[in-house]
Design a protein around this ligand. Structure first.
Ligand code: GH3
Ligand code: MG
Ligand code: MG
Length: 300
């Protein structure tokens, strides 16, 4: 029983699709990867016959294998292992290139009782999917700090503004952070330590926000935080907490740790479509913090 459970866990976690058929080619098992690759969930498939127009495998010429030479049917007949590159039909209609391996299942007396079909997406598709994930990461992430970049922040601002327009009483807050006297860190300690300070800031703030908050790099030593569904008071508390955490962080240098502070400006949006104006407002409030002596928070 233990063994059975762990096999099932393995099968469910495989990246390859796997299904079982009995002698009549009725599908008796369908794993999670099979759902992902084909678009069909278990409930739609288990109990149906694989020849009944679900996947309708075709070869490179587009010939339907069900009608001519179904490798599954052949294996059920002769008990031989088979391997074939074919195209299955995704639930949405498109064709997916897969490499299929079929193994007969036999009982203790050696009688064929069914077959297992394992199918993997062809390499080119896997590589493509990886590439897309990587491109997405590169397009929306700042390399140095690994925080969301400005493009990502703008997307989030648009999403939040849209939510404001649709939802009565909904608002979100933004905080604009600028590291104080950052040029001095670069000049005294070198550019690499400056870079490290940006990473320290990023790690400190990103580990102390809620999962649905976003803090990203706006540019240089400027960062923008977006906080859904907060009041002015909530926003002040968040700004105080993050500023205090930054003050309490340090950057290692060859001659010991150094500390730095931030100036912050914050404002609440209740749904203006003008995102640029919103960020400019927070930037202007941050500048007030600078003028008042830095290491402080100004909230509208
Ligand atoms: P203030 O308190 O008025 O903000 O002073 P500041 O020195 O922080 O302001 P300023 O805008 O003059 O300097 C920002 C500096 O940040 C200038 C720029 O060379 C540096 N900088 C921008 N991006 C990076 C980066 O990726 N790495 C490093 N090390 N420095 C950067
Ligand atoms: Mg600046
Ligand atoms: Mg600065």
């Amino acid at each position: 029983m233990e063994m059975q459970n762990s096999f099932e866990a393995i099968v469910e976690n495989m990246s390859d699709g796997l299904y079982l058929v009995d002698l009549s080619r009725e599908i008796t098992y369908w794993n999670a990867a099979a759902e992902r690759i084909t678009g069909y969930v278990k409930e739609e498939v288990v109990g149906r016959f694989c020849a009944s127009n679900i996947l309708t495998h075709v070869d490179e010429q587009g010939c339907e294998l069900c009608k001519s030479s179904c490798p599954l049917a052949e294996t059920l007949m002769d008990g031989n292992f088979r391997k074939k590159d074919i195209f299955l039909r995704h639930k949405n209609g498109h064709r997916v290139a897969v490499s299929v391996r079929i193994t007969p299942m036999k009982d203790a007396d050696g009688n064929i009782v069914g077959a297992v079909e394992i199918f993997s997406e062809s390499n080119s598709q896997l590589v493509l999917r990886q590439k897309i994930l990587e491109l997405e990461r590169l397009a929306l992430l700042d390399h140095l700090t690994e925080l969301p970049n400005r493009r990502h922040l703008n997307m989030e601002l648009i999403a939040q503004s849209a939510l404001c327009e649709r939802t009565e009483g909904y608002s979100f807050g933004i905080l604009f952070f600028d590291i104080d006297r950052f040029k001095r860190i670069n000049d005294r300690e070198g550019h690499d330590i400056g870079d490290k300070a940006l990473q320290v800031f990023a790690k400190t703030v990103s580990s102390s926000i809620r999962p649905f908050d976003t803090i990203g790099r706006w540019g240089g030593e400027e960062f923008l935080g977006i906080f859904p569904n907060v009041s002015r008071e909530n926003l002040s508390v968040i700004a105080e907490r993050l500023s205090a955490l930054v003050r309490a962080s340090s950057v290692e240098t060859p001659h010991g740790p150094i500390r730095f502070t931030v100036s912050v400006g914050g404002t609440i949006s209740t749904g203006s479509r003008d995102i640029d104006a919103l960020v400019e407002r927070a930037d202007a409030l941050m500048y007030k913090s600078k003028q008042a002596g830095r290491n402080r928070i100004t909230i509208e």
